[in-house]
Design a protein around this ligand. Sequence first.
Ligand code: FE2
Ligand code: FE2
Length: 362
Amino acid sequence: MNTLTTTAQAPAPIETREQVMQRAKSESLISPRFYTTDFAALERMDMSPLREQWEAMLAEYEGDNNHDHFTRDEEAFRREVRELPPELHQEFLDFLITSITSEFSGCVLYNEIRKRVDNPDIKRLMTYLTRDESRHANFINHSLRDYGLGVDLANLKATKATTYFKPKYILYATYLSEKIGYARYITIYRQLERHPDKRFHPIFRWFERWCNDEFRHGESFALMMRAQPHLLRGANLLWVRFFLLAVYATMFVRDHTRPVLHRAMGLEPDEFDYRVFDITTEITRQVFPVSLDTDSPRFRAGLARLVECSEGYARGKARGGLLGRLAQARHAVSGALAFVRLYLHPVKRHDLPAQIRVAPVW
Ligand SMILES: [Fe+2]
Ligand SMILES: [Fe+2]
């Protein structure tokens, strides 16, 4: 058993709707955030270099193959919801809350772009993305409501802090979060398809068609980036590396706070995350000429170090007082150093394929 995962800090328990809101609004380094950007720059985005592929993609959204997917077979669904052991229940709630916050974060950002931009290409795309993410967030909220713990999404939108990102950062970050979201959902779905006895909640039955939405969202951002090739070369590759690492490392640290959830599905967090990295890295070759060497033992040791630092930081916070604050500071500095070392770790380089789009074949 991985010693890192056995020492993970259990977060404060979630028992009330107020605690759910607190968790959703949390601004820690690993919690999902809400974003805003420079809408005028998106207004100027020109999709004409990839007109044919762009229109074909919009037609897929128009077809809305998931229009009937996000409804529950109420009776069958509720029959499958069973009482979970307390630790698993807590980690599952945490999983649902981070998932709904990410889904809703996309919904809020895409909807804001839709309202603020007149560029017909971007406006149409954002209308479809908002539609999909709103379905996803509401579907998760149903499951939280089954436990009497629904999230007040309007209140969350009004009260959660918003982070400003330049448009190119939005493209790198949303592209990656859509693709890694696909890789996560499909990996869980395939695991539970092989081991139906480990499907401890019915929501996982929805993940296959769900993650195809996320995959397509990622394809849209891939086309947007390939239509502006300067975003994918030169000094911008330093940003690409940064966002790749930030997204991978955040997921890795966050998943290691939920070891019981992963084991309930028959997966260790390490095993799950490295599988998700493999899929994501294979997909991102469509846009990024660099990828992280996640198989390198030195890289893996760096990620494990980040988990240790995050756990040490959480222990310091729980301890409180001067000693607690000192421990927090020490672990924050070590964590930052571990991140820098990971950033400097050599990356793999490859050419971009002529054929941009990829199929969701995992
Ligand atoms: Fe989504
Ligand atoms: Fe999405």
